[in-house]
Design a protein around this ligand. Structure first.
Ligand code: FAD
Length: 270
């Protein structure tokens, strides 16, 4: 079942990437990190094709925000890219997905690994106070630190960079919770940037841990938890790394020390 929601805002980051916010359907509940099906209303010349989208808002938000690729010849996104405030987008009624807190065993350090639009679920998790916990608010401490790794080809694809470097720390309430605990770790593969290289290589070489000032060369199953969302080659490579470092895959039925979104996208690696 789908409900028609109003487009409240649209931001075009590059010709191939845009984000947009929709009204939140009445009674719509979701866990931070979940995805939902989106579609456009039927109209002349357009056959609706529902597609999965990670919700980038945290679960307490009044609006639902999404980040989208414009896929070449994509059946949905070549139309979706033209939405403007006041238009309608259809939102599925059943959010789901494994990239949620409850699929992970308790730990100290959470690593969110995303490539391309795979940053989408991390924008939700990184903005959810329950990811960190807060004694003053009576929310149990979940993770001491959260490291959000975003790998892209070109620096212009580092959507939300300003927000993750600055804006989030100025947010009322959330800013105090994330200060000193959220670390943003962007990397670029196809042009000069402050950090170059595939996120998988930065992890296997130990560079990630050195850059974070940590006295370790790989993930520690006793303390570290990993969530993975990228294209299929990145997901497989990250899974192999996690298993080699002694982590085991979790699900919402059986929490583990890492989780991944199996179905995300099959496009080429950055
Ligand atoms: C669980 C899940 C969550 C998803 N969350 C998001 C999200 O938050 N944002 C998002 O943009 N997409 C997301 N996707 C992909 C999304 O469902 C669509 O595939 C995408 O919107 C393109 O739809 P389309 O009909 O225009 O093109 P499609 O016909 O679906 O795809 C056309 C081509 O584009 C490639 N492609 C599709 N999506 C992407 C992408 N995100 N990045 C790079 N290449 C891609 C495909 O591999 C294919 O080759 C998600 C997919 C799954 C399964």
């Amino acid at each position: 079942m789908f409900s028609a929601q109003i487009v409240l805002g649209v931001k075009h980051w590059t010709p191939e990437l845009f984000s947009f916010s929709l009204s939140r359907p009445d009674g719509f509940k979701f866990q931070s990190g979940q995805f939902v099906m989106l579609n456009l209303p039927e109209r002349d010349g357009y056959q609706p094709k529902p597609r999965a989208y990670s919700i980038i808002s945290p679960n307490y938000a009044d609006e639902l925000e999404f980040l989208s690729i414009v896929a070449p010849d994509g059946q949905l996104t070549t139309h979706l890219k033209d939405i403007v405030p006041g238009d309608h987008v259809l939102v599925g009624s059943k959010p789901t997905g494994t990239l949620v807190h409850s699929a992970l065993l308790p730990g100290r350090n959470l690593y969110l690994i995303g490539t391309g639009t795979g940053i989408a679920p991390w924008m939700s998790i990184a903005r959810d106070i329950h990811t960190y916990g807060d004694e003053d608010l009576g929310i149990d401490r979940k993770f001491d630190t959260v490291t959000l790794c975003h790998g892209v080809r070109h620096a212009r694809e580092l959507v939300f960079r300003d927000y993750l470097e600055q804006g989030i720390f100025a947010e009322e309430l959330l800013g105090d919770v994330v200060r000193g605990r959220l670390r943003y770790y962007p990397s670029v593969t196809r042009e000069a940037f402050v950090r170059n290289g595939r996120v998988t290589d930065l992890i296997t070489s130990g560079q990630l841990f050195r850059d974070l000032g940590l006295d370790q060369t790989q993930f520690d199953p006793a303390t570290d938890r990993v969530m993975i969302c990228g294209n299929i080659p990145v997901n497989h490579a990250m899974k192999d790394i996690c298993v080699a470092h002694g982590l085991h895959e979790g699900s919402t039925h059986r929490p583990g020390t890492f989780v991944m979104e199996r179905a995300f996208v099959d496009h080429a690696t950055p």
